[in-house]
Design a protein around this ligand. Structure first.
Ligand code: NAD
Ligand code: UDP
Length: 336
């Protein structure tokens, strides 16, 4: 299939392009490079043997999108492009609503004009808010505690309404748990700009000597060791989840919602110790107060995705931290 991949030079998008190419699909990457580097395209080519077509531009640019759909015979769109920093979204909510919500509406309108009727959207487990219990099923209630989460929830609702009004469309909402890891080649990985917000990139930068120590946000949660528990999923498993959705859902009209997680929860300290074993060095850390908005535990029930998509995550925690360490140690300053 010819697949338009918005945000395709970003962390998850780049790994998905590799999996698409190896499965015989043709990804066409659209990205404005606001949070990624065009060197990623070289790395994709090095790994996959083919360089995807790269079109630099913004999904909020109507003429740009119309020209793409007019020039290329697109079968389906995988939509990663968006902003994802929770703290920044609190400070700059309009930037998030404009980019994530208006950007998506602009994309869907362009698809509609071009009669491209299959969309896979990057949603997040953040739409479950603070769940009443774990593991989390797709039919749990949704809520949001910050503008980033609200932007994902708004897009989900807009897409659901749009699909109901256009019943021949296939719209798949993939709710990611915590993507981590890197390509096994060590050529692609996560390259956050500035101070990492997420746990594993921070740990990796401590291990490689870019940061002095990790702050562990709270050790008084109601969890086995008191630190927060999350469902960490290898980015290549996540990418494969998109391929399964493309394969199974493109020709299935409806709004389809799937959790992409492993079903297993690990604490902050378990992640630190697993990383220490992979990197063969200690990770200094100090306990800090809880981070505002954090919850104690969050992990998926992945059964519905497995039943419907025939997909499940197969890479274990050791692989996640080893691959992260290979990427970070080979590229201590990321793509540069
Ligand atoms: P990323 O920042 O690495 O990738 C997003 C890409 O989109 C970047 O390359 C950026 O330059 C591009 N982009 C942003 N706004 C754009 C615009 N208006 N026009 C064109 N390109 C634009 O992030 P990621 O981790 O790969 O995340 C991909 C998607 O998955 C995002 O929508 C994110 O919200 C969602 N998500 C990520 C996580 C996570 O922890 N990484 C978890 C849940 C959901
Ligand atoms: N965390 C931490 N220190 C950090 C970053 C994160 O202790 O520097 C904790 C955070 O409190 C949460 C877990 O690590 O319990 C995962 O956080 P992350 O930001 O990676 O993902 P989230 O689940 O919040 O989206």
């Amino acid at each position: 299939m010819n697949v338009l991949v918005t945000g395709g030079s970003g962390y998850i998008g780049s790994h998905t392009c590799i999996q698409l190419l190896s499965a015989g699909h043709t990804p066409i990457v659209v990205d404005n490079l606001c949070n990624s580097n065009s060197l990623v395209l070289n790395r994709i080519e090095q790994v996959a043997g083919t360089r995807p077509l790269f079109l630099k531009g913004d999904i909020r640019d109507r003429a740009f999108l119309d020209s793409i759909f007019a020039t290329h015979d697109i079968d389906s769109v995988i939509h990663f492009a968006g902003l994802k920093a929770v703290g920044e979204s609190v400070a700059l909510p309009l930037k998030y609503y404009d980019n994530n919500v208006s950007g998506t509406l602009n994309l869907v309108s362009a698809m509609d004009r071009a009669e491209v009727k299959s969309l896979i959207f990057s949603s997040s487990a953040t739409v479950y808010g603070d769940p009443a219990s774990v593991p989390i099923r797709e039919d749990f209630p949704t809520s949001a505690t910050n503008p980033y989460g609200r932007s994902k929830l708004m897009v989900e609702e807009c897409l659901r309404d749009f699909q109901q009004a256009n019943p021949d469309w296939s719209i798949t909402l993939l709710r990611y748990f915590n993507p981590v890891g890197a390509h096994e080649s060590g050529l692609l990985g996560e390259d956050p700009q500035g101070t990492p917000n997420n746990l594993l990139p921070f740990v990796a930068q401590v291990a490689v000597g870019r940061r002095e120590k990790l702050g562990v946000f709270g050790n008084d949660y109601n969890t086995p060791d008191g630190t927060g528990v999350r469902d960490y999923i290898h980015v290549v498993d996540l990418a494969d989840g998109h391929l399964a959705a493309l394969d199974k859902m493109t020709h299935q009209p409806g709004t389809h919602i799937f959790n992409l997680g492993t079903g297993q929860g690990n604490s902050v300290l378990e992640m630190v110790h697993a990383f220490e074993a992979a990197a063969k060095r200690s990770i200094p850390y100090e306990i800090k107060p809880r981070r505002a908005g954090d919850i104690a535990e969050c992990y998926a029930d992945p059964a519905y995705a497995e039943a419907q998509l025939g997909w499940k995550a197969i890479r274990d925690l050791q692989t996640m931290v080893e691959d992260t360490w290979r990427w970070q140690s080979k590229n201590p300053h990321g793509y540069c």
